[in-house]
Ligand binder design. Structure first.
Ligand code: ZN
Length: 361
């Protein structure tokens, strides 16, 4: 059962023995605008209690992505997941897209990532819908057909205790944000790495009506580093002192890049957590699923094999001379596009109908 050890006994009874998992995610293209930020956060000094470097999950959209940087992040043990080829800015598109649209966008994105970031271990298994516009049964049917393991797009309203990830075999354990999210109504063999809304209230005893926020950058009332630090601490203990559901911290790089005060507060908080709590692990989405499928207590967590993969990699570039490909595609007439990769340049810019770039449109 999701929740593992913690839900075996009376409510909350055994939670102190459950390692607290924290999932940091970043969405959208990985490129020169943000790779330095990722280097600063994942700087090889920040280690989980098992001695391995802290890890994160990157939901990568194709346009503007630098695949030699993706290869580098993957080589260092971070998880790469799919966030579409086009990131179509017509938000309604995602709510209404067909099974085939979803397959082209997400299986296509995975194919591009695998090929141009030279990922050969079948580790791209998750996806997140752009704008969190969940695509209902069509999205989840595609995920089963294309063998995706998990979605991380569905938001759960702020609640105590927060939710553990669940599978779509059964009814969703919370209400759907129906106006924005088209939640599936049928059973699907897919994990939902649910996005628990975070509590943004400065004073949880007073401000009663403030709704939660799923992406950290949508918590619009955070205005200073101190406020952000308090927000992180409050939400951490909301998980740690209750049922130890994984704490999800979902970012866009720009929010941290544009607000150095927030980045400082975040790094201070991460370092403090790692120093003060020998039972807290920053892990990837897939590592959370691996724990739920084979839970260990805090003692066992130190030697939990799936959390020791790519434990602490020696830094080295993915290739000495990346190809900088100047490309075009008939699907985007008139656009000159660039693709950085450690593998050979394709003939065309990869896109929906030609994800390999080989030109068979
Ligand atoms: Zn996005």
């Amino acid at each position: 059962m999701p929740g593992g050890l913690c839900e075996v006994g009376p409510a909350g009874a055994n939670c102190q023995n459950v390692p607290q998992m924290i999932t940091i995610t970043f969405d959208d293209a990985i490129n020169n605008n943000n790779i330095d930020l990722y280097e600063e956060i994942f700087n090889r000094q920040r280690k989980n209690p098992n001695g391995c470097e802290i890890k994160a999950t990157f939901f990568v959209s194709h346009k503007y992505t630098n695949y030699s940087s993706v290869q580098y992040m993957h080589q260092n043990g971070h998880e790469i997941a799919a966030h579409s080829i086009t990131h179509n800015d017509d938000e309604g598109f995602w709510s209404e897209a067909t099974v085939d649209d979803w397959a082209k966008e997400m299986a296509g994105c995975r194919l591009i990532v695998d090929k141009f970031a030279n990922i050969t271990d079948n580790s791209v298994v998750g996806l997140r819908a752009p704008y969190l516009r969940v695509g209902g049964n069509n999205q989840f049917t595609m995920m089963e057909e294309q063998a995706f393991l998990y979605d991380s797009s569905i938001t759960a309203p702020l609640q105590n205790p927060p939710l553990w990830p669940y599978t779509m075999y059964f009814r969703m354990p919370h209400r759907c944000h129906g106006s924005l999210q088209n939640c599936p109504t049928r059973s699907h063999a897919v994990w939902e790495m649910v996005m628990n809304e975070l509590d943004r209230r400065e004073d949880p005893t007073v401000d009663e009506d403030l709704p939660g926020c799923a992406m950290v950058d949508s918590c619009s009332n955070i205005l200073s580093g101190d406020q952000f630090y308090n927000f992180l601490t409050h939400n951490f203990y909301r998980h740690y002192d209750q049922n130890r559901a994984p704490l999800g911290l979902f970012f866009h790089a720009a929010w941290l890049k544009n607000n150095p005060e927030f980045l400082d507060a975040f790094l201070y908080w991460v370092d403090e957590i790692l120093t003060d709590h020998p039972d807290v692990y920053f892990v990837t989405m897939t590592q959370v699923i691996q724990w739920i499928q084979n839970p260990t207590d805090t003692g066992g967590a130190k030697n939990f094999e799936p959390w020791k993969e790519k434990c602490a990699e020696a830094p080295r570039p993915p290739c000495l001379a990346p190809s900088m490909c100047k490309l075009a595609t008939k699907e985007l007439p008139g656009e000159a596009l660039h693709l950085h990769t450690c593998v050979r340049c394709p003939n065309n810019y990869p896109w929906l109908n030609d994800p390999t770039g080989d030109g068979f449109i």
